[in-house]
Write a protein that binds this ligand. Structure first.
Ligand code: ADP
Ligand code: MG
Length: 695
């Protein structure tokens, strides 16, 4: 085992390295830029660029790249070598301040939602000095924001940074009302637990669906799935353990604080959780984590699947986003705290979150919507598509007493009055094992569990920050300058909790009754991406995002198009892969096996005149019926798919959800009935059992 302290962050141009490599004054200026966002002069940038390049070369880099996060949800990089030719036919290695600060990749092939015609598709990448540069393989990666030349964001990072700015501003206003004169900034933090599957590479290679779609489109249930619950937290298999060791090392080198690793509930499923950090840094780190998970897997002849639902019938993968906001003085505003003053403040922030989530169920749902995640949400192992908040019994009791004016706890007979000095300490709820809630308070943070395993966390983080900002702003506008702060605060909290009580649900989110109850409460149930995205451009949502300065209306219209387009593309690819596998793999395998049986039966009859060959006949009859059925289902899928392709935009997406997905489900069901009847040596590709239990 290597020395972790030594390797941690060894590939990162972090503060420690900056201090070492930069002249004192330059370091000071840069630090100020990082901490306060002051603009950087070109001569300072030149010095930083030079130091960065020298350091990167020491680490083996020959190239640099502006590293950014376009709307595809993955990262993009275009590598330029450091070389500049000299007169004498040689080269020098150079990186200028200008090159560090700004890049101009040809942006025409990145999704923008039809915002830019190709001729004006110029995009700029702009250095984000608040995120550290790092060396990956042979390149110095410079984290950047990506925008159009009219200044619109074309990436996921810019809006996230804006949302962090706006939540900081409104939170500071609230803190001032509680008497804090010193706090400068409030930052939102995320700890993203990443779930994934590991399967054998050789088996993966034989599955077209996994290679093309990242998930299986067929596969009958194996005799053993996850029902024995013997995988969760189970001892790691040797190959998996070696993978995790290697993964940790690579992540640590990049300064990613990989902390927890364990087996997850489904066979072949695992989880890695890093220590939480600033949302934008966490987003960068999560993107890198996903990339490195895949690369390290290849070294171990494994494949890492990040899809939300790689296998039907066993748990899918999510990415719990643990979210909180903290002051630059180190106070976690989601921590109930021990003193009454902190409690009142905490309750106001908590109320802001409750209001935000209730009023913006649609935006939260949209932020996690994708074709892949739709397969996971609402299956009985992931939070339902309905957004609600879990608070835990104790906190709910506290809020109930405020709402109803009833005693908080029978024994003390004390009513909850929120005042800056009267509120009793809130007992910290340590009993959260409710895994069914999409949005759960877990002691000193909220856990947004609906995020899908393959999604960038930037979207959900931006949404959370924006909606909470909006509530905080309303509260600050109302309470600022209040003559009777305690009473006004009490009234506001009581009023808001009452208005948004319906979003609180501590029960079992997997229970079928919850659907009915949620419906009765008037909560939204946006089952699919088309259902959800149809709500996106409502005036309420455009107002919220523009008011908080997080997205412009043009950007929102772009996202709307991009989300729909991607959804249709994914389903288009899945349908075509499915049809191909039915026609080229599954049916031919069945026919070959049927021929084998017939030949065998004929031979038997030839030998033993009295043989009835009942088993052979029955099997062939069964396969004949099932293959006919599969053929019919495939034809039907083909037909509805053609219909879907004739439509455009949301109409097409809706048609995919309403007609194509059910046709896919039917075709799959038909194929999955054939699979168990086919002899091992005739099966067209590895089965679930092979894939899930073979490492
Ligand atoms: P569990 O599986 O019980 O939810 P984990 O330890 O797997 O717990 O994950 C918890 C995650 O929450 C970690 O990434 C951790 O760093 C993060 N976390 C802890 N405290 C906070 C906080 N105040 N804000 C944001 N994330 C936090
Ligand atoms: Mg968790």
């Amino acid at each position: 085992m290597q020395n972790v302290q030594e390797i941690f962050g060894s590939m990162v141009f972090n503060l420690k390295v900056m201090q070492e490599k930069l002249p004192k004054d330059t370091f000071k200026t840069l630090k100020k830029t990082i901490e306060d966002g002051t603009p950087l002069e070109l001569d300072v940038a030149n010095q930083v660029a030079h130091a960065m390049k020298e350091w990167a070369i020491e680490k083996g880099a020959t190239h640099y790249t502006h590293w950014f996060q376009p709307l595809t949800g993955i990262t993009a990089e275009k590598h330029e070598s450091f070389i500049v030719p000299t007169d004498d036919g040689g080269v020098i290695m150079s990186l200028s301040g200008k090159e560090l600060i700004r890049g101009e990749p040809d942006a025409s092939s990145f999704p923008s939602g039809g915002r830019r015609a190709t001729f004006e598709a110029r995009g700029y990448t702009v250095w984000d000095p608040t995120a550290y540069a790092f060396v990956k393989e042979h390149s110095l990666c410079i984290p950047t924001a990506f925008c159009s030349y009219t200044g619109e964001a074309l990436d996921k990072k810019t809006p996230l940074l804006r949302s962090m700015e706006s939540i900081s501003k409104q939170s500071v206003r609230i803190l001032r009302m509680f008497g804090n004169r010193t706090v400068k900034r409030v930052a939102s933090s995320i700890g993203a637990e990443q779930e994934y599957f590991l399967i054998d590479e050789a088996l993966y290679e034989r599955r077209k669906d996994l290679k093309v779609c990242g998930r299986t489109l067929f596969g009958s249930k194996p005799p053993k799935g996850q029902e024995m619950d013997d995988q969760y937290y189970g001892a790691l298999k040797t190959r998996v353990s070696a993978y995790m060791e290697d993964l940790n090392t690579e992540l640590w080198k990049l300064g990613i604080p990989a902390k927890t690793e364990h087996n997850e509930a489904a066979p072949a499923q695992h989880e890695m959780a890093p220590i939480y950090t600033l949302s934008n840094v966490a987003a960068d780190q999560n993107q890198l984590t996903m990339e490195i998970m895949k690369k390290v897997a290849a070294r171990h002849k494994l494949v890492c699947l990040l899809h939300e639902k790689p296998f039907a019938g066993v748990n899918g993968s999510g990415k719990h986003n643990n979210w909180s906001i903290q002051t630059n003085e180190g106070e976690n505003l989601m921590d109930p705290g021990k003193t009454p003053r902190k409690n009142a403040q905490f309750l106001l922030f908590l109320t802001a979150v409750i209001k935000a989530v209730d009023e913006n169920q649609d935006l939260l749902r949209i932020s996690v919507a994708s074709a892949g995640n739709d397969l996971r949400l609402g299956a009985s192992e992931a939070p339902p598509a309905i957004i609600s908040i879990y608070l835990g019994e104790e906190l709910e009791a506290v809020l109930e007493s405020i709402k109803d004016g009833t005693p908080y706890n029978e024994a003390s007979n004390q009513k909850m009055t929120i005042g800056v000095d009267v509120l009793p300490a809130i007992p910290k709820d340590t009993t959260d094992r409710n895994r069914t809630s999409p949005f759960a308070f877990t002691g000193n943070k909220f856990e947004f569990r609906s995020v899908g395993s393959s999604l960038s966390i930037s979207g959900p983080a931006t949404t959370l920050n924006a909606i909470v900002t909006d509530s905080l702003k309303t509260f600050a506008d109302e309470l600022e300058g209040s003559k009777n702060f305690n009473a006004d605060l009490q009234n506001l909290i009581k009023r808001e909790i009452t208005a948004h009580w319906k979003i609180i649900f501590n029960g079992n989110g997997y229970d079928a009754n919850w659907l009915k109850e949620a419906n009765r409460r008037g909560l939204m149930n946006l089952k699919s991406l088309p259902d959800a995205i149809a709500e996106y451009l409502k005036p309420k949502n455009i107002k919220l995002y523009t008011r908080t300065g997080v997205y412009s209306e043009i950007e929102m219209r772009g996202h709307y198009e991009v989300k729909i387009e991607k959804y249709c593309q994914v389903l288009n690819i899945e349908t075509e892969t499915m049809l191909e596998m039915i026609r080229k793999d599954i049916l031919p395998a069945a026919f070959k096996y049927m021929k084998e049986i017939s030949t065998a039966a004929a031979a038997v009859k030839n030998l033993v005149k009295s043989a009835e060959c009942k088993a052979e006949t029955a099997l062939i009859k069964a396969l004949d019926i099932l293959t006919d059925d599969l053929m019919e289902k495939a034809e039907n899928l083909d037909a509805v798919h053609l219909e879907a392709k004739k439509l455009t935009g949301i109409e097409s997406a809706k048609f995919y959800a309403a007609k194509v997905i059910p046709a896919m489900t039917e075709a799959r069901a038909a194929a999955d009935k054939i699979e168990p009847l086919i002899a091992e040596e005739f099966k067209p590709f590895p089965s679930y059992e092979d894939l899930l239990f073979h490492i």
